[in-house]
Design a protein around this ligand. Structure first.
Ligand SMILES: [Zn+2]
Length: 380
């Protein structure tokens, strides 16, 4: 991910810190310094670092619970507004989602309980005098913050933990997509309330509101996409009219195609119709700067492109597109010859059509056929 720095690997999960989080720490330290000098700045920054250690422990609660169901988590990122664990997928079984969603807040309940025991162990009567002691007040503040984390995360604002709990509970009685739609709407509504409260209270709430709104919308779209793709083969959403390049084509030929068509990705296909790689616009333009237009495309193209069979379920292909973040997935026939490309844009268009006409039968007008490959030089 751009702008985030990997700091550690814990049990196969990369822990990243977003640059804005470091800026937030610097800003925080500076404002404490201005208010109370060096000691106040150090205490303020130490407190926030401990608080975010609790946030990280919360995320690892989710991560370890998800691992029980065979779900890996490649990375977790710390932002100024909290942690985001990128689970490979969200469990579809409501019972499993419930456990994964509750595991995060459960960690903060445990941390708060331990801290409260530490405070109680310090002696009830001495607490009032010891509150002046920065060590004790730090523990008390951390305990309070963990209780706040539990309550805040359990608000039913999807996709926060409380929203996931709500969706899981709803999905036990009704279809998953409907449960998501309801939970996402409640999440979007809460986001507006957050932003509204932020106008009077703290600008941070506006940022959190925006984050919740965007995440709720994205999750609802993701589930709608997966439901829309159900029961469809890959060829239903494949762009089959694709201009290709031969392995001995040059960057000059690629530029011709780029300008002449609306395509941004060009498969490089050999004489037998088998793909050798993919030349994208993002690879082409820098290569033009570095070398000449006579450079062969085969030196510049991306190899090891994700591919999928034309008859495979569309759901699988969408998962590949999502997990690899590739610009396109190569669609192949049974002999490994290129049939076309699956791009996010085309999948989006298919979903628009399916939204307008749910009874539409995809793929009937477009039988997957390999070649003959159109590849021409020069503008018409
Ligand atoms: Zn959580």
């Amino acid at each position: 991910m751009l702008w985030s720095i990997p700091v550690a690997v814990l049990g196969g999960t990369v822990v990243r810190i977003h640059v804005t989080f470091l800026l937030f720490l610097i800003w925080l330290g500076a404002s404490y310094w201005r208010a109370g000098g060096q000691a106040a700045a150090v205490e303020g920054v130490v407190y926030v670092l401990l608080l975010f250690a609790c946030v990280l422990a919360h995320e690892f609660g989710h991560i370890l619970a998800a691992r029980r169901y065979g779900i890996r988590t490649p990375e977790v990122t710390l932002w100024p507004i909290g942690g985001v664990a990128s689970l490979e997928r969200i469990p579809e079984k409501p019972g499993e989602e419930l456990v994964v969603a509750l595991a995060g807040p459960a960690v903060n309940v445990a941390v708060a309980a331990v801290l409260l025991l530490v405070i109680a162990g310090g002696g009830g009567g001495e607490d009032l005098t010891k509150l002046e002691d920065p060590g004790v007040s730090l523990v008390a503040r951390l305990a309070g913050a963990n209780i706040f984390l539990v309550l805040f995360n359990l608000l039913p604002a999807f996709p926060m933990d409380g929203g996931r709990v709500l969706r899981a509970l709803l999905a036990m009685r009704r279809p998953h997509s409907e449960a998501t739609r309801i939970a996402a709407r409640i999440g979007q509504g809460s986001a507006f309330l957050f932003a509204l409260a932020g106008l009077f209270w703290s600008p941070m709430l506006i940022v959190i509101g925006l984050f919740i709104y965007l995440s709720a919308t994205a999750e609802a779209q993701h589930v709608a996409l997966r439901d829309g793709a159900r029961d469809l083969p890959v060829c239903a959403a494949t762009v089959s009219a694709v201009e290709t390049l031969s392995p001995n084509a040059t960057l000059d030929d690629a530029v011709d195609l780029l300008l002449r068509t609306s395509q941004k990705e060009f498969p490089v296909v050999d004489g037998a119709g088998r793909p050798r790689g993919l030349l994208t616009r993002d690879l082409l333009i820098p290569a033009l700067r570095d070398g000449g237009p006579s450079r062969p495309v085969i030196e510049v193209m991306a190899r090891d492109m994700p591919s999928v069979g034309a008859r495979a379920p569309l759901e699988t292909a969408l998962a590949t597109l999502n997990s690899t973040k590739a610009a396109a997935v190569l669609v192949l026939d049974d002999e490994g010859r290129l049939v076309g490309l699956l791009t996010p844009e085309n999948v989006g268009e298919m979903m628009l059509v399916r939204g307008a006409r749910p009874d539409w039968r995809f793929g009937r007008s477009r039988p997957p056929a390999a070649g003959p490959w159109r590849w021409s030089r020069g503008r018409p």
